[in-house]
Design a protein around this ligand. Sequence first.
Ligand SMILES: [Fe+2]
Ligand SMILES: [Fe+2]
Length: 164
Amino acid sequence: MDANHDPLEALRMEHEGIRDVLNKFEGYLKKAAAAESDENGNNLINRLSEIAAFMDKDMEIHFKREEEALFPVLGNYIGVETGPINVMLIEHNHCRDLSADFKVKINGYRQDKDYKALADAGNSLSRLLSEHEDKEDHILFNMAQMHLTQDEKQNIMEKILSIN
Ligand SMILES: [Fe+2]
Ligand SMILES: [Fe+2]
């Protein structure tokens, strides 16, 4: 990614990366239900822990890039306190809560093998995050495309690159 890149394209590409991880995530959750030996179970828990680490780091950076670079500028046109940006901010925090809960359930699973609690938490997170990125791709970013000037896009891209 360089500073001449379109920030909306850059964020859409991050969505593609998130979708790839969510596809793997859902596959791991299905396999965890069928894991027959402790060894298989432990292996899957390690994969799910890697997903949790992705949520802590990559999902968090992506959310911050939207919250600190895109939303304030787009908010000058469509508002931040109400409307779609407000909904997106609420969903970010809901994803953060679900991600924290998922980590608790991973640790619980190590002790009690409560697959159902783990799968419910994982599926809730995966579903919300997937629907959230779809809404941005299909609604919010199209609004941004209509409103943002070339200069604004340039500034947003520079800000995105400073958030790591
Ligand atoms: Fe978002
Ligand atoms: Fe996003």
